[in-house]
Design a protein around this ligand. Structure first.
Ligand code: CLR
Length: 479
């Protein structure tokens, strides 16, 4: 594979591709890439990467009862049920990264340019959990629904849920990219919301977690061997208060290894700010009024409860203090990505798929890509694009607009949005349509237009959300 890559690096097609990137306008779909860098897989499929370790995802809601978290440390910290849950969430999240950002390199040798989904494209599948005698409980199915909810700009929305364990994840994703100094920088917009329903205790609110998406860049372009390197951070804010910050770095930072990260888990966002700045932040101190300000006086509370570091594509270790982490002392393995293979979801055979389903719709293009036939790729793609153009035209004639199937973004300050808004407020994140993880007051936040809905002056919050009823009433698409 690498010898193939280095020979193609000299080919004129790659060189002209690089030239076209160098002065491209931000629209990745407009780039004509040589066939060998094209992937036969559409971006709507990428939603599945969130759950390729379904056991870790599902363990989140069982975590408290089963106390499955290992390793366990001497009782330096109090393992409240909420903290145990948070640790499970962080471990599951770390486990998703290898699928999200390395899987193309593993299956195809390099990162590749995915198929640009058409409006209304669907990708569905499920993980069927077998009941292993008496050892594991019946976990039912974990379902993955993914829909292209916008074409300009491309936005994919998804919902992944397991009804037996009451764990669900919903989110959406959009990217904006720029080219600078031989690498492609990509900012992700959107976020993911993880929900654990408290089935037994009706009066108790669901546990929710807000997860922000890191920015990334594509390296290796000059060698025609592109790969992803993550930049910046992810935040995880729990409705129970716990806050985690995950900082990414590539070769030459914390450990000098690729795919490195350092995660700190705090009792709250306020503790994180105090730890970082040595004093309460202005916004944090406003919130920490009354009885909670007493707790804020306890210095131990402001230190991270756990520090986790290592490679998200390999081994990471967990420590109970930053100083232990620095000395690599008293650590225990947190997650070993190389030990557990990704579990792929089950997708219906193409013959049984609906024409809107990704693999069926792209079948001919995918085959052309696999055969490396540039003209055929072009021909098949044009046909699909032409069909889409006709659809848009007929909508114009009928004066209608495309209706999304399972997702909706018209909910303004609605109950569904409440989780996101309240979690974002807990950790000072912007609720606007800005790059994922943007803090209130950052340049993207202040420059984004603050719209109001007129009635009460509240900001209009538009984010893509799963509409359960729509899936419940679905008659054409089956799993
Ligand atoms: C999509 C959402 C997923 C995480 C993810 C992983 C890899 C990203 C992809 C997202 C978006 C598209 C992406 C890709 C890596 C390369 C590809 C940025 C964010 C670009 C479009 C490919 C450019 C062409 C080069 C290979 C030359 O949850």
């Amino acid at each position: 594979e690498s010898s193939k890559s280095s020979s193609t690096a000299n080919s004129s097609s790659w060189t002209s591709f690089l030239k076209s990137i160098a002065n491209f306008n931000g629209d990745l779909s407009s780039l004509t890439a040589p066939p060998f860098i094209l992937s036969p897989v559409s971006l709507t499929e990428y939603s599945q990467y969130w759950a390729e370790h379904p056991d870790l995802l599902l363990s989140i809601n069982n975590a408290v009862n089963k106390n499955t978290f290992e390793p366990s440390f001497p009782s330096v910290v109090e393992y409240t049920p909420d903290l145990v849950k948070m640790l499970h969430v962080v471990r599951w999240f770390i486990s998703t990264l290898k699928s999200q950002y390395c899987s193309r390199n593993e299956s195809m040798g390099t990162e590749k340019k995915p198929l640009n989904p058409f409006l209304g494209e669907l990708f569905v599948g499920k993980w069927e959990h077998e009941q292993n005698g008496s050892v594991t409980a019946d976990l039912g199915d974990t379902v993955c629904l993914s829909e292209q909810v916008s074409h300009h700009p491309p936005i994919t929305a998804y919902s992944i849920f397991n009804e037996k364990t009451n764990v669900s994840l919903e989110g959406y994703n959009q990217i904006k990219s720029t080219f600078s100094s031989a690498s492609l920088s990509v900012k992700q917009y959107g976020h993911a919301l993880l929900r654990c329903k408290n089935k037994e205790q009706q009066e108790q609110k669901d546990d929710t977690f807000l997860i922000t998406l890191p920015s990334l860049h594509i390296e290796g372009l000059l060698l025609a061997a592109p790969f992803v390197e993550l930049d910046s951070k992810s935040y995880i804010q729990s409705s129970s208060g716990y806050f985690a910050i995950i900082e990414y770095s590539g070769r030459g930072y914390f450990s000098g290894k690729k795919n490195s990260f350092k995660c700190k888990i705090y009792k709250s966002y306020e503790s994180y700010i105090y730890d970082k700045e040595g004093k309460p932040s202005s916004s944090a101190s406003q919130e920490a009024s009354g009885s909670s300000s007493e707790k804020q006086n306890n210095k131990e509370d402001k230190k991270p409860l756990f520090v986790i570091s290592g490679q998200w594509s390999g081994i990471s270790n967990i420590y109970t203090s930053s100083s232990d982490e620095k000395k690599r002392k008293n650590g225990q393995v947190f997650y070993d990505a190389s030990r557990v293979a990704a579990e792929h979801l089950h997708v219906k055979p193409i013959e049984k798929q609906n024409p809107w389903e990704s693999r069926r719709a792209w079948e001919k293009v995918a085959n052309a890509i696999k055969s490396g036939d540039y003209n055929l790729i072009h021909q098949e793609k044009s046909q699909l694009e032409e069909e889409q153009r006709m659809l848009r035209l007929s909508e114009q004639e009928k004066n209608t607009t495309w209706k999304t199937r399972w997702f909706d973004n018209s909910s303004i300050n609605s109950v569904q949005n409440e989780d996101f808004v309240s979690l974002a407020k807990m950790c000072n994140l912007s609720v606007k349509n800005v790059p994922s993880g943007t803090r209130v007051g950052d340049k993207y936040d202040t420059h984004a237009s603050a719209s109001t809905d007129g009635s009460n002056g509240d900001e209009v919050v538009k984010h893509w959300r799963f509409v359960k009823e729509n899936w419940a009433n679905e008659t054409e698409i089956t799993l």
